[in-house]
Write a protein that binds this ligand. Structure first.
Ligand code: 6CS
Length: 350
């Protein structure tokens, strides 16, 4: 009787293990195991730039696979914070997501080079070329993402970040003791500390109420986000320092991607390449239209642009962080920086 009991227990455990590992495998390897729904998780809400990217991705993938694959888009707030979305892709529960360097510092520290101030060109079209899916940066970072079980599909910009605040921010003096909300990557803390501010990392979803309750004095984000998250309602000033565009990456689970047929891989790559041009135009349009909306809805918001001389003060104050980049990124950070500098120094038509 005892032996029979043991056998039953062993069989039950075996069935549970097979179901568990089978479904894990299926989540990770996708198509070959019959996965016909691809999940795409965003760090932003509906009608954002990331949503426009994912919705177009959905349309193109469903069209190109003749409906064999459906893509379900999960906007911010439905599956977790930015860091949690990256984890969901790492463990295969979600196939695609956006992952921004602002939140990737502890996972892929090298991505923090994108957060340096006054690194990019003043011309967003030049930056778009630098970040293009067929560019050197994608293959360089591709290896680093793969080490984390992630396949890097693309980098793209979502527009210049503006500061919104409860006081005018034009000088280093203005930042003294200023409680600045930042995304979670450590280099951002170092940059704002170099300006004399008191950096406060917080998840995106908590920024509005933190501004409203005066737990923070300001934050930075692209204009479309300032509009759709209503940050302008709880800020008196909006300043354009032209210090950094918001950069993000589109990612997928590496073993899911590796298990796709060559044809499906090609479809994904082709779609990503089409999206590079599309999203550049969308972000320009959204940022422009929503700035108009903000001005209309809150005429008392004081909007200013830092002059070149004012920008230079911040450029110089941020240089110490750039010089110390390896401390934040490890040895491959300076290599990434060298690629960026080299590409940006090339004449425009190359
Ligand atoms: O500030 C943030 O945390 C977020 N900002 C934008 C524009 N997109 C996602 C990101 O997590």
């Amino acid at each position: 009787v005892n032996n029979r009991f043991l056998l039953v227990i062993i069989s039950i455990v075996a069935v549970i293990l097979v179901i568990y590992f089978g479904s894990k495998q299926m989540r990770e390897t996708g198509e070959e195991h019959g996965l016909t729904e691809w999940r795409f998780a965003l760090e932003e809400i509906q009608d954002s730039v990331q949503d426009a990217y994912a919705q177009r991705f959905k349309e193109l993938i469903e069209e190109k696979t003749k409906g064999e694959i459906t893509v379900t888009v999960y906007p911010y707030g439905t599956l977790g914070t930015s860091d949690q979305l990256t984890e969901l892709v790492e463990n295969g529960a979600v196939q695609f997501a956006m992952a921004s360097p602002g939140h990737l510092g502890s996972i892929i520290p090298e991505t923090q080079v994108f957060l340096l101030h006054y690194l990019f060109s003043n011309d967003p079209a030049v930056n778009n070329k630098l970040l293009a899916p067929d560019g050197e940066l994608i293959s360089f970072f591709g290896d680093l993402y793969r080490q984390r079980g992630l396949e890097l599909l693309s980098f793209y910009q979502e527009g210049w970040m503006a500061w919104t605040s409860n006081k005018q921010l034009s000088t280093l003096d203005d930042f003294r003791g200023f409680k600045m909300r930042l995304m979670s990557s450590p280099i951002l803390t170092a940059l704002y500390r170099a300006y004399g501010a008191s950096p406060t990392p917080l998840p995106y979803a908590e920024v509005y109420s933190a501004l409203q309750l005066n737990m923070i004095d300001g934050q930075e984000n692209p204009v479309f986000a300032i509009e759709e998250m209503s940050f302008y309602e709880v800020s008196d000033y909006m300043t354009f320092p032209y210090h950094a565009p918001f950069v993000t990456s589109a990612i997928t689970n590496a073993s899911f991607f590796a298990a796709l047929s060559e044809e499906r891989k090609q479809i994904v790559k082709e779609t990503i390449s089409e999206l590079s041009h599309y999203i550049f135009e969308v972000q320009e349009k959204y940022n422009q239209e929503r700035l108009e909306k903000i001005i209309e809805r809150r005429p008392q918001l004081k909007i200013s642009h830092l002059s070149e001389a004012q920008q230079n003060v911040f450029r110089e104050a941020s240089a110490s962080v750039r010089d110390d980049i390896e401390r934040f990124t490890g040895p491959r950070g300076p290599q990434a920086l060298a690629i960026i500098d080299r590409e940006l120094a090339k004449p425009a038509d190359e």
